[in-house]
Design a protein around this ligand. Structure first.
Ligand code: CU
Length: 526
């Protein structure tokens, strides 16, 4: 850092202002804020796509969009929510919290950090541009299965390029996170003293480095099949379309945990704070998280029971998948034990954490149901699967992200949000989420297929309910935006300990007081 010292011996860097400040910033807090805002914008874009899907499915028959556009909606809703909304949200948390939690002045590679973020807007632009390509956007599903991807128009090439850029961003972010945690902890901050959030990101960063290149490989093979005469996924040329599914899900299953594990990290900070007790079973939490990460590499074909694999393969993937419930159970029971006999209070972050605990566990149980080969053969590609992973992704990851935003909002902005409106946001989200997705279990059990713009008459009532819930959920998120803007612009000044002594526990291990205000530059460490 090229600081010029003034007469008091303080360092002053040259700081650009206006737009250039955000383009050139290397400050982990600025970059964290940009990740979070980017993620929220993508959340709205992906949300509009979800509502397009739900509008079409409100009643049987085609009325809002044509089938090709509907397929494109399911594709980009998935891609944008996974890569544009959820993952960047947790990278935003990592940027904001990791350096402060381990007592480091910033991330290890601040300029690479800037680059990691600024790769995201071009990738999002490519995804959106594909809507205007001849042949239109790709209607292949977020999994981008061959052979359909090989036959799609040029919109698919933009999607492949976007996936590559998103992967580069994730890998650079991960290198930064691992290096920061391993090299920049304050004296005395041993690995086993780190707040659990740091552990979850350390493990997640390794997962990302392991599997993002696998996804890049899968889409690159698709690209060469499309344009350069290879036949990786074409049986006519000696390849195999099922090969694509193996490669994709070797990335795709760990990806679920790339999203879930940082969410576990946030929950592991919030629940102790609002229980006024240290996290129960810290060491077992670390080992459980690591076990989940390792197991996530050996279960991928539970997404592929119906491709015609040998029974012995089905049995292996079934039992391996069920094993994951063990460390996940350890975590859930540790969170419950943390609350046991605690001095509980129920501000918005804790409400979202409890919503997470209850509904994520339900998503885990429906996952266990789907892990049973004989059952999955019936439920494969039905709305039961859609219901299952939205319990994991929305009530799991998204609720954890809301818990984190409300929890750290005072620390990030120096202001308080409106607690009443925050709670209203929670209750509306909780109710509408369940109205949207709970009924989809029944639709799936009754045999309604996913990714189809129309359906048989007997599914009408539950689909109407689901669509009403979806629009309610979408509108509730505008309330969240209002609460954030109101809090940032005119919220009351936050006290040093906004949660009545609770957040001192969060910082138990921290050797120096954390820098407080969002727009403060980090202290210059000599
Ligand atoms: Cu899986």
């Amino acid at each position: 850092m090229s600081a010029v010292l003034d007469q008091h011996g303080h360092g002053h860097d040259h700081h650009p202002t206006g737009l250039m400040r955000w383009v050139t910033t290397t400050n982990h807090k600025d970059i964290g804020s940009m990740y979070l805002w980017f993620s929220f914008i993508m959340f709205l874009v992906g949300g509009v796509m979800a509502l397009t899907i739900r509008a079409e499915l409100f009643q049987p028959g085609l009325q809002v969009v044509n089938p090709e556009f509907f397929n494109a909606m399911t594709t980009y809703h998935g891609l944008i929510m996974v890569f544009g909304a959820i993952m960047p949200a947790f990278v935003g948390f990592a940027n904001w919290q990791l350096p402060m939690m381990i007592g480091a002045p910033d991330m290890a590679f601040p300029r690479m950090n800037n680059w990691s973020f600024w790769l995201l807007p071009p990738a999002a632009t490519l995804l959106i541009l594909s809507f205007f390509m001849p042949g239109g956007p790709a209607g292949v599903g977020w999994t981008m299965y061959a052979p359909l991807t090989v036959q799609q128009g040029p919109g698919m090439d933009l999607t492949i390029f976007a996936v590559h850029i998103l992967g580069m961003s994730s890998i650079m972010g991960s290198i930064n996170i691992i290096t920061t945690i391993l090299n920049m902890r304050a004296p005395g901050m041993t690995l086993m003293k780190m707040p659990l959030f740091c552990w979850t990101w350390l493990i997640t960063a390794y997962l990302l480095i392991a599997v993002m290149p696998v996804l890049a490989g899968a889409v690159t093979m698709t690209l060469t099949d499309r344009h350069f005469g290879t036949t990786f996924f074409s049986a006519a040329g000696g390849g195999d379309p099922v090969l694509y599914q193996h490669i994709f899900w070797f990335f795709g299953h760990p990806e679920v945990y790339i999203i879930a594990i940082p969410a576990f990290g946030v929950i592991s900070q919030v629940i102790p704070a609002f229980s006024r007790k240290p996290l129960f079973g810290y060491t077992s939490m670390v080992y459980a998280t690591a076990s989940i990460a390792i197991l996530s590499f050996i279960v991928w074909a539970h997404h592929m029971y119906t491709v015609g694999m040998p029974t012995v393969g089905q049995l292996y993937f079934m039992y391996a998948t069920m094993l994951i419930a063990v460390p996940t159970g350890v975590k859930v029971f540790n969170w419950l034990a943390t609350m046991w006999k605690g001095s509980l209070s129920f501000e918005t972050p804790m409400l979202f954490a409890l919503g997470f605990l209850f509904l994520f566990t339900m998503g885990g149980f429906s996952g266990l149901v789907l892990s049973l080969t004989a059952v999955d053969v019936q439920l494969h590609d039905t709305y039961y699967v859609v219901a299952h992973f939205h319990y994991v992704m929305v009530a799991g990851a998204l609720f954890a992200a809301f818990a984190g935003v409300y929890f750290w909002f005072p620390k990030w902005t120096g202001r308080m949000y409106d607690e009443k409106l925050g709670k209203l946001h929670f209750w509306l989200s909780l109710i509408f989420f369940n109205v949207t997705f709970f009924v989809q279990h029944f639709l799936g059990l009754a045999g309604m297929p996913r990714r189809i713009p129309d359906y048989a008459l007997q599914f009408t009532e539950f689909n109407m309910l689901s669509s009403i819930g979806a629009f309610g959920f979408g509108l509730s998120q505008l309330l969240f935006l209002y609460v954030m803007i109101k809090g940032i612009r005119s919220g009351e000044k936050a006290p040093q300990h906004p949660w009545e002594g609770a957040d001192t526990l969060e910082w138990t291990h921290l050797p120096t007081p954390a820098p407080y205000h969002s727009f403060e530059t980090p202290p210059v460490v000599k």
